[in-house]
Design a protein around this ligand. Sequence first.
Ligand code: ZN
Length: 292
Amino acid sequence: MLPLLQQLLEAGPVLTDGAWGTQLQVRGLSAGECPDAWNLSHPDRVAEVARTYVEAGSQVILTNTFGANRVRLADYGLGERVAQINRAGVEISRRAADGRAKVFASIGPSGKMLLTGEATPEALQTAFAEQARALAAAGADALVIETMSDLEEAKIAICAARQTGLQVVGCMVFDAGKDRDRTMMGSTPEQAAQALTAAGADVIGSNCGQGIAGFAAICRRLRSATDRPIWIKANAGLPELAEGRVIYRTTPEEFAGHAAGLLEAGANFLGGCCGTSPEYIRALGVALGKKG
Ligand SMILES: [Zn+2]
C-alpha cells in the first residue's frame, strides 16, 4: 500500500484547511490566552472549527496544537500538560473528521530564538520530540511543522517529528526582504527547500506571512529546488487594523482566484492561513473542481 501522502495525491491536488487561530478568536479567544489550552477548556468551540472545515470540503484538517510544545506552554504555566493538550487536540480533530478527512497534527515554532541563545538546539529537540510523540500516540495521520521562520529550528523539529515514523510536512514563512521572499533569517525558498528535503521532510511548503498573491513565485522556487510535493497555505491578505480590530481584506473569491496559478506553479496541497475561514476553503474547493 502507498504511504498516506501518495494515496492522497493520486487523486490530484489536495484541499487542506484554513486558519485556526483567527477562527478561535472569532469564537472568543482573547489576545493573552493560550489557544492550545482551549482543547481542555473549550473543546466544543475547537471542534466547531474542525467540523466546519470538514464540511467545507477539507480533505486534510490540522489540529489546535500549534503552540503545544513544552517551551511555549511553559510561558502560560502549562509546561506539564503537553501530553494532555496534544492528545485532546488530535482527538477533537479526529472526531470532527469522522473518517471524512485526514488529521495532520500541527507543530509550530518554540517562540524562542536559537540565534540569540534564548534556547539551545537540545532543548528544542527535546520539546518537539515530546510533542510529536504525544500527537502520534493520539492517532495523528501525519505531522505538519509550520510557520517556521528559522531553518535551523525547522530542521530540528522535522528530525524530531520523523522519529515517530509518521510522514512530515515542513513549511516556512517567507515575509522578509523587499520582495517578501526570504525567511526572517534571510533564507531563500531554494535554500529552504533544499535544507528541509535534506532533513527528511516528505512535503515542503510555505504558509502565512503574506497574502496569496505572493505565493505563486515562492511556490515555483520551492518546486525548482526539491522533488517533494509542495504545500501552500496563504493568508487572506496582510492583517490590517480597522476600528481596533484585525481584519483581512482578501475575499474568498479573490483567494480562490489564485488557485490555478498556484497549481501551475507546482502546488500539490492547497489551503489557507491567517484570516481564512471555511468560506475560503469552500471557494478553493470549487476552484480545484472538488465537490465539497
Ligand atoms: Zn498564519
